[in-house]
Design a protein around this ligand. Structure first.
Ligand code: HEM
Length: 647
């Protein structure tokens, strides 16, 4: 009776609260009703109806429909991207398939295989007539405006808060994801904690400030390299040379490992990728850490991941990057963590040491007890500028990432192609380099005394220098290496042609077209290793006529003319950038690592060619291009033999 009455009351209650009838069922009515039993009951109801609906839906879900849904989603994301991209004036000529919606889709696919052809076509049709043109770019990026050579100075002289190199690098390399999107969060947090005005997000309308004066400087690492690398190089040359010799011996073998006839087969790319990272890292993480093979291979893997991720992200709509980028950069984070774990004790110890040095010593040039490398320079500059958040080991190990990327693959690919160029052209070039190396080494008293290259003796290796510079011209690995993004809120106007580009527009210089322009280079498609050396020799011999009075038919040169000739000669060296040689960029953001590259590549070539015979390659290996970047022929093998006597 009691039970029945109770059940009846519960049924009424249940009904009045809209609860399911199980709440009042005879079975539950025997146990005290609790909220948890109601919850369980509700959950089971929910699950039942969910699975019922899912079962009904499952009938409609087929693989084809899923694919269609994903495709529709992607198209919608691309359309959102399209709507948000900057628009360029119609007065600018275009290459590619055109501007319609369908043409835009074709452009995105065409970009992967036809970018070079398009730029080439535009170079001949427009750049040669001093006109800018628009070329389609990767799906996630705005189209690019190719600025003609005669407007290089205009483009590169615009201030950073108007046309930004770093914003362009960020967009092209997807820095937020590849170099870990919270890379600067610690500095931002520090600024917030200490009540300092935080740096506005990149590209915002309020970005009219001097980064150097800002409490958070996202380009701090690039400034550290600009300020320190070149000036510390001369003192580091002997250590670099020792490492170069060890690296070449390890990669190309010594007599002890050779086969019967002394020849061995070496995969060229593998040799360069093994040789370069320790030498670069001698100047980045110091003499001990650079010897750690696992740290070096982690940095190489990191650089590889950046390359793959950049391609992946370039093909995905930008609106999906927050998802795709975070997923794609999981390996980057894991690899960075590995490097961080290794470097953290070293960085902490270095910070401790540099902080306890007398301020005059830490701010000055020399601190004898620490090695001269990026970590030291970073800490010194952070202390000197009062950027204490930059002393965080996380900040330092993350700032190393973009530098490792900028340094490793660029150097490897340059050295690799110098070898390919030399081994597929006149053998007299290699012989000429050997003779030069031997002559400079034996005639320079400092080199003879110390047994090491000096800055001035390396500067006399004109042929070696020329062989590298010419390879950078001939075998470029990217269509363009100089890009700038418009970050002035009101956009920019080009005075020469009158076009206006809004905020977000991307400008580039055409390296490929310039380097192969017959009006700038005689026989531009040939690798002429001593192209620049010959010009320097001609200038030197003409300068030497200044003091030869016996040449009656030539008037003696004035001191000013001789100096001018010497300067012109210097400008033909590989560290000199110009609007017709863009391998290291040009202008104030030109690569600050190029002096280091020049020294170490000359040392590599000098040691390698004088200590090894290398059989010429029968034919030039085929290369492939994806978008704006070359895919090097990684499988190329060379036959090498240790030389008994140096040439
Ligand atoms: C053959 C090797 C290399 C090549 C071809 C190369 C090329 C370049 C190019 C084209 C730029 C962009 C210039 C611009 O936007 O105008 C650049 C920037 C940069 N490079 Fe290199 N680079 C090489 C090696 C290195 C090395 C070894 C380091 C450091 C150790 C380095 C550090 C940097 C840095 C920090 C920047 C950014 C400069 C700035 O934004 O102001 N590079 N490099």
């Amino acid at each position: 009776m009691t039970t029945n009455t109770s059940t009846g009351q519960q049924s009424v209650l249940a009904a009045s609260h809209g609860l399911p009838s199980c709440w009042a069922s005879p079975s539950t009515s025997l146990v005290p009703v609790t909220y948890s039993s109601v919850a369980v009951c509700l959950l089971s109801r929910f699950c039942k109806s969910f699975f019922d609906s899912a079962a009904t839906l499952a009938v409609y879900i087929t693989a084809t429909r899923i694919i269609i849904a994903i495709f529709a989603f992607l198209v919608a994301a691309f359309l959102v991207d399209c709507a948000l991209k900057p628009r360029y004036p119609h007065s600018l000529p275009r290459v590619g398939y055109g501007d319609s919606l369908l043409a835009t889709l074709r452009n995105w696919l065409g970009y992967v295989f036809h970018f070079n052809e398009w730029v080439d076509e535009g170079y001949n049709k427009f750049s040669k007539h001093n006109r800018a043109f628009v070329v389609p770019s990767a799906a996630s990026r705005p189209q690019e405006i190719v600025v003609p050579r005669n407007q290089t100075a205009w483009m590169l002289d615009l201030p950073d808060h108007v046309l930004s190199a770093h914003a362009a690098h960020d967009d092209v390399l997807y820095t937020d994801y590849n170099f870990l999107f919270d890379a600067h969060s610690h500095t931002r947090a520090y600024a917030a904690k200490h009540g300092l005005p935080p740096l506005p997000p990149r590209g915002s309308a309020s970005e009219h400030h001097d980064r150097k004066q800002s409490p958070v400087d996202e380009d701090f690492h690039a400034r550290v390299i600009h300020r320190n690398l070149a000036r510390h190089l001369p003192g580091l040359l002997p250590a670099i040379e020792d490492k170069v010799m060890l690296a070449v011996d390890a990669a190309f073998g010594t007599d002890g490992d050779a086969g019967e006839d002394g020849w061995r087969t070496v995969t060229l790319w593998d040799a360069w990728i093994a040789m370069v990272p320790p030498i670069i890292n001698l100047l980045l993480v110091g003499p001990d850490a650079c010897q750690d093979a696992s740290l070096m291979s982690t940095y190489v893997k990191f650089a590889d991941t950046v390359v793959t991720n950049s391609f992946l992200l370039s093909m995905f709509p930008k609106s999906l990057h927050p998802l795709v980028g975070r997923l794609a950069s999981i390996p980057n984070r894991r690899l960075w963590r590995r490097t961080h774990n290794y470097l953290e004790p070293l960085i902490k110890e270095r910070v401790q040491r540099l902080m306890t040095e007398a301020p005059s010593t830490t701010a000055g040039k020399e601190t004898p007890l620490v090695s001269e490398d990026y970590i030291t320079w970073h800490i010194r500059m952070a202390l000197a500028e009062g950027r204490f958040a930059e002393l965080d080991p996380v900040a330092i190990s993350k700032r190393l990432l973009p530098i490792e990327f900028a340094a490793i693959h660029t150097t490897v690919i340059t050295g690799f192609f110098v070898m390919i160029d030399l081994l597929t052209s006149d053998p007299a070039f290699i012989q000429g380099i050997r003779e030069e190396v031997q002559s400079v080494r034996s005639s320079d008293p400092d080199v003879v005394a110390s047994g090491h290259w000096t800055k001035s003796s390396l500067a006399r290796l004109w042929r070696t220098d020329s062989a590298i510079r010419e390879s950078q011209r001939h075998s470029h690995f990217a269509t363009s290496l100089v890009k700038r993004k418009v970050i002035a809120p009101g956009g920019i106007t080009n005075a020469a042609e009158g076009w206006h580009v809004p905020y977000g527009g991307l400008l580039m210089l055409d390296l490929a077209g310039t380097h192969h322009d017959p009006d700038l280079y005689a026989n531009p498609d040939a690798y002429d290793a001593f192209r620049y050396a010959r010009q320097r020799e001609a200038l030197e011999s003409s300068a030497s006529h200044g003091d030869t009075t016996e040449k009656e038919h030539q008037p003696a040169k004035t001191a000013a003319q001789i100096t001018a000739d010497a300067m012109r000669g210097l400008k033909l060296g590989m560290v000199t950038t110009s609007d017709s040689h863009l391998a290291f960029g040009h202008g104030r953001h030109a690569c600050p690592g190029r002096f280091f590259v020049a020294h170490k590549l000359k040392m590599f070539l000098a040691y390698l060619l004088t200590n090894y015979d290398i059989k010429p390659l029968e034919e030039r290996p085929k290369t492939m291009w994806v978008g704006q970047t070359i895919i090097p022929p990684l499988a190329v093998k060379v036959e090498v033999r240790r030389r008994k006597t140096q040439a």
